[in-house]
Design a protein around this ligand. Structure first.
Ligand SMILES: [Zn+2]
Length: 219
């Protein structure tokens, strides 16, 4: 049987809703109660040869599991980092081969973008890619019908790619994070990686546990 699963997570004030779309039916799941004090750090656009390495080392020291959405083209030459991600228990998803807006592609271009990136990752990890964060968060019903992937959006966006300043990124993350949060960062900027590790230290001190997106969904 073919399974279709699309997850959208949206922030509406204090209410966090995760909509799970399975076989064409939308189920609304209220995340905070089930999630407890669990949150997910997610990183887009990597891997980056310098900053992703710093991040992985920092996460390993802190015993933190995160989720990485990789651009296929960036995997080339950084295979060792992808291997380390998998070994350290991080979840790895697809962010397309060349960071395109999938809703502006033909269906065959979209297929190439998703499948090439996913194949590159799977060749390294030996595991099929089941999660995607479409660039710009843009996804469509037609894509959902063609690709049996779980779409992961986010609830906390500090716009780190724009801010590029560690303290401000940390401040924005701490201000918005609550139980069940999915935090969006990019491991291709030094300030983002420094901010991520500092936010981990401060949120761990507050009692938050960092899990992969998959673990957040299961709990
Ligand atoms: Zn991106």
């Amino acid at each position: 049987m073919r399974k279709q699963k699309v997850l959208t997570v949206c922030l509406c004030g204090l209410l966090l809703l995760a909509g799970l779309w399975r076989n064409g039916q939308v189920q609304e799941v209220s995340a905070p109660a089930e999630a407890g004090r669990m949150i997910a750090l997610t990183f887009d656009d990597g891997p980056h040869p310098v900053y992703t390495r710093q991040l992985l080392d920092g996460l390993r020291e802190r015993g933190v599991k995160a989720t990485f959405f990789l651009i296929g083209q960036n995997v080339e030459g950084n295979e060792e980092l992808v291997r380390q991600m998998a070994e350290d228990g991080h979840l790895i998803g697809c962010h397309t081969e060349s960071h395109v807006d999938l809703t502006r592609c033909t269906q065959s271009e979209a297929r190439r973008e998703i499948e090439e990136a996913s194949r590159r990752i799977a060749r390294i990890t030996g595991e099929e890619v089941r999660y995607i964060r479409p660039p710009f968060g843009n996804w469509s019903e037609a894509l959902a019908e063609d690709f049996p992937l779980t779409v992961v959006k986010w609830t906390v966006d500090p716009e780190d790619w724009k801010v590029r300043e560690k303290e401000e990124i940390v401040r924005r993350v701490l201000e918005k994070t609550q139980d069940g949060s999915v935090i969006l960062l990019h491991d291709v900027y030094p300030a983002s990686v420094e901010a991520a590790l500092e936010a981990v230290d401060r949120l761990q001190a507050e009692g938050y546990q960092f899990v992969t997106v998959e673990e957040l969904l299961l709990d």
